[in-house]
Design a protein around this ligand. Structure first.
Ligand SMILES: Cc1cc2nc3c(=O)[nH]c(=O)nc-3n(C[C@H](O)[C@H](O)[C@H](O)COP(=O)(O)O)c2cc1C
Length: 473
C-alpha cells in the first residue's frame, strides 16, 4: 500500500506535549512518521476539554465506549467535574479505574488529532518509566488506530504481549513492569466488545534502546513467546534530549556508551534501525545519508522539531532558546541526579527555568500529577502486604511516611510539573524546565515543521508524499 512506504524520518516523541498532535499531524502528512508524546496525556486532554477545545470535544465524543466519554466530558464547561483536579493514579482499587480510563481516552483523542486529514503514519511514544500509564496509553492509541508504538525510557519487554492480549480483549495485569517494579493493571473486557478489539490494526512495535544486549534479549523473547519481531529499533545515543540510558561506568558517558560501539551488532539482528541523538550535522540530510550509508533505514530527529513553530513548547520559551543559541550562550548538559526515574536527563541552560539550582531549591515540593509514581510494597505489623506509590521527587516526609528512604529524594525535580509548565499546561507558580539534545544548540532560527522535513527528506520527496497521503476534504 502506498501509505505504508517505510519513512526514512521519524519526528521524535518528546514529552511532555513537545511532540503535540499538531506537530505530529504536520510531519506525518509530509511523509515522515509523526509521533505524539504519550506522557501526561490525561492532564493535557482534560485541560483542553476544560478549556472547551472544540476539536478535543468532537474527537472525545467519537470514542467507542460511552462511560469514558461521559467521564471526560464531565470536565467540559458546565460539566460536573469542571472545577475538579485531574485524578492521579492510586493503588486503591476503589479509585484506580477513573484515572486509567481518562488516560485511555486522552491517548485516543491525541492520536486522533494527529491523524486527521491525511493517511500518513502516526506513532505514539510510550515511556516505560511512566509505568502506571503504559497500558492505558497503548490501549487508547490502538483504539485510535495508531500505526506505531515507540517505547523507551526503559526496556519494553512486555510490549508484544500487551498488544497481543489487547487485541484478544483480555484484561491486563503485570506484577512488575520490566525495570520499574510497578504492578500495572487495565480492565478492558467490561466495556469493549471483543469483535471491536480484534479489528484494531496491529501497530508496528518500535523499542527505543541504547545497547546491544537489550536489543538481542528483546528480539529473542518476542520471537520465542509471540512469534513476532520488532518492526524497527530506534537506537538512541547519549547525546539525545530527554532521558538517556545510564552510562556504563555510572558517572559519565564514554566511548563504551557511544552508539558506534553497538550499532553494527544491532544491525546484525536483521531488524531495521533508526538512529537518534548521533547527529554531527545537527539532524540534517547529511546525517540521514551518513547513517543510511552505514545500514540504518533512517533517523529519529527530536531537538530541531522541539524548537520548531508547531512544537508544543511555550512560544516565549522557544523564542528565548533561539535567542540564546544566536548569542552562543545555550548549553546542554547531562544531569545524573535530577530525574526521579534515576536516569540521566539532558538539561538546557535557560535563565528563569529549573536549570538554575537556586530556583530548584526554592520550589515547594508537591506530588499532585504522579506520572512517575512506582509501586512500593510494605508488610504491616499485621503481616498484610500493602502497596503504596512512591516518587523520589515527592516531599521527603511523605516519601519516608510511605516507606521510602528519604535520601533518595535529594536533588530530584518534579518532572511532571516542570515539563507540563514548559508546554504551558502547568500552574502559574510552577517553573519550566527545558530538555534538549546536544544537536539543539545548532538551531538558530525558527523553522516550520515543513522546512525541517523538507531539509531532511528533500522538497521533491515531500511534495510527492504529501500528494499521496492527502485525504479528500
Ligand atoms: C524536548 C525533548 C523531549 C524528549 N522527550 C522524550 C520522551 O518523552 N520520550 C523519548 O523516548 N524520547 C524523548 N526525547 C528524545 C527524542 O525522542 C529523540 O530520540 C532525540 O531527541 C533525537 O536526538 P536529537 O535531539 O539530537 O534530534 C526527547 C528529546 C527532546 C529534545
Amino acid at each position: 500500500m502506498m501509505q505504508r512506504e517505510q519513512p526514512a524520518l521519524i519526528q521524535a516523541g518528546m514529552g511532555v506535549h513537545i511532540s503535540s498532535a499538531r506537530l505530529a499531524n504536520a510531519t506525518a502528512r509530509l511523509g515522515a512518521m509523526g509521533v505524539v508524546s504519550g506522557a501526561g496525556l490525561r492532564h493535557i486532554v482534560v485541560e483542553d476539554i476544560r478549556a472547551g477545545d472544540l476539536d478535543a470535544l468532537r474527537l472525545a465524543r467519537a470514542f467507542p465506549f460511552p462511560r469514558y466519554v461521559e467521564e471526560l466530558l464531565a470536565y467540559a464547561p458546565g460539566g460536573s467535574r469542571h472545577n475538579k483536579p485531574v485524578p492521579m493514579d492510586t493503588p486503591d482499587p476503589a479509585r484506580a479505574a477513573l484515572p486509567r480510563r481518562l488516560s485511555v481516552i486522552g491517548a485516543y483523542v491525541e492520536v486522533m488529532r494527529a491523524k486527521e486529514g491525511h493517511r500518513g503514519m502516526v506513532g505514539v511514544n510510550v515511556m516505560w518509566k511512566c509505568a502506571l500509564t503504559v497500558l492505558p496509553t497503548i490501549y487508547g492509541a490502538m483504539l485510535a488506530g495508531a500505526d506505531a508504538l515507540l517505547c523507551g525510557a526503559g526496556v519494553p519487554m512486555e510490549l508484544a504481549d500487551i498488544v497481543e492480549r489487547l487485541r484478544r480483549g483480555e484484561d491486563l495485569e503485570y506484577e512488575s513492569l520490566t525495570g520499574t517494579g510497578t504492578r500495572v493493571q487495565l480492565d478492558v473486557a467490561e466495556d469493549a466488545p471483543a469483535s471491536l478489539l480484534q479489528r484494531m490494526p496491529p501497530p508496528t512495535l518500535i523499542p527505543i534502546l541504547s545497547n546491544y544486549p537489550f536489543c538481542k534479549r528483546l528480539t529473542d523473547n518476542w520471537q520465542q513467546r509471540h512469534g513476532v519481531r520488532p518492526g524497527a529499533f530506534v537506537l538512541e545515543n547519549h547525546q539525545a534530549g530527554g532521558h538517556n540510558a545510564p552510562p556504563r561506568d555510572k558517572s559519565s558517558f564514554g566511548a563504551q556508551d557511544d552508539l558506534d560501539s553497538y550499532f553494527e551488532k544491532v544491525l546484525s539482528l536483521g531488524v531495521p534501525v533508526y538512529v537518534a541523538g548521533a547527529f554531527p550535522h545537527g539532524g540534517s540530510r547529511d546525517d540521514l545519508l551518513m547513517w543510511q550509508a552505514r545500514g540504518a533505514c533512517g533517523i529519529q530527529v527530536g531537538s530541531r522539531f522541539a524548537l520548531c513553530a508547531e512544537s508544543g513548547m511555550r512560544a516565549d520559551l522557544r523564542e528565548q532558546m533561539l535567542a540564546q543559541v544566536r548569542a552562543g550562550t545555550l548549553t546542554v548538559s547531562t544531569d545524573l541526579r535530577l530525574s526521579p526515574t534515576g536516569y540521566p536527563f539532558k538539561v538546557a541552560s535557560l535563565p528563569g527555568t529549573l536549570s538554575n539550582p537556586e530556583l530548584r531549591a526554592q520550589r515547594t515540593r508537591l506530588c499532585n500529577l504522579g506520572y512517575l509514581l512506582q509501586s512500593h510494597f510494605e508488610t504491616g505489623e499485621d503481616g498484610v502486604v500493602r502497596e503504596t506509590y512512591l516518587c523520589p521527587a515527592m516531599p521527603a516526609a511523605q516519601y519516608a511516611r510511605r516507606g521510602g528512604d528519604p535520601a533518595q529524594t535529594e536533588g530530584r525535580i518534579c518532572l511532571c510539573n516542570a515539563l507540563l509548565s514548559t508546554a504551558g499546561y502547568g500552574p502559574a507558580d510552577e517553573l519550566p524546565l527545558i530538555t534538549l539534545g546536544v544537536s539543539g544548540v545548532q538551531v538558530d532560527r525558527l523553522w516550520s515543521a515543513r522546512e525541517v522535513v523538507e531539509d531532511i527528506l528533500t522538497p521533491d520527496y515531500v511534495a510527492r508524499r504529501e500528494r499521496e497521503l492527502r485525504l479528500p476534504a
